[in-house]
Design a protein. Structure first.
Length: 202
């Protein structure tokens, strides 16, 4: 993080854009911290608040589009061949596909606030062929909301951004765990219900 903040002091928007792009696409970069730090630099007058949001949102959207493209290239056949190794069976992939088609727009808006989940949503959207127009529109909207939240937080908190950011990060992780558990429970209940219905019709 120290290295990133050092070069960000020097190159500003370019480092912010590339860091968010690579962080979304693959690399383990502390993106929320980078965004909050950009807000702090905005507080100091070293970066423009709107410029920081624009560079970050563009990087985030590009990273999500790259993930979508990789998902399209891998395709459904990749999971038909390697799904068992990844514990993703065809029926589970179909469930994910139906889930994305039904709730895709809402998921794409909130996905970026959920660590880990945000790294996979793009790939699965590409694999399941979520319409690119819908994907781009809601990914762009979600990106703008996500980066604006953390950059504005850093700007408002000023020198205290690190102290408050650690507390917020812990709550984000806890919230993410709860959301994942709820998703697993809902999936399990629906699957059990389908089994009961199928058994009852025989």
């Amino acid at each position: 993080m120290h290295f990133l903040t050092t070069i960000m002091n020097e190159y500003g928007y370019l480092v912010l854009f590339l860091s968010i792009t690579l962080g979304i696409f693959a690399l383990p970069i502390p993106m929320e911290a980078m965004l909050a730090y950009a807000g702090f630099l905005s507080f100091l007058g070293k970066l423009n608040w709107f410029g920081s949001i624009l560079a970050s949102a563009a990087g985030c959207t590009l990273g999500m589009l790259l993930s979508y493209w990789v998902g399209c290239k891998l395709g459904i056949h990749f999971f038909e061949k390697h799904g068992k190794r990844l514990h993703i069976e065809p029926d589970r992939l179909n469930s994910i596909s139906n889930w994305l088609r039904k709730y895709g727009n809402k998921i794409l808006i909130i996905a970026l606030f959920i660590p880990v989940f945000r790294h996979f949503i793009g790939y699965f959207s590409g694999i399941t062929r979520l319409p690119i127009r819908i994907y781009t529109l809601y990914t762009g909207l979600g990106s703008a909301i996500w980066v604006s939240s953390f950059i504005s937080l850093g700007k408002i908190l000023g020198p205290q951004w690190e102290v408050f950011f650690e507390l917020i990060r812990k709550y984000l992780i806890l919230t993410s765990v709860v959301i994942v558990i709820l998703i697993v429970i809902i999936y399990g209940i629906r699957k059990l219900r389908n089994v009961v219905i199928e058994t009852g019709t025989k």
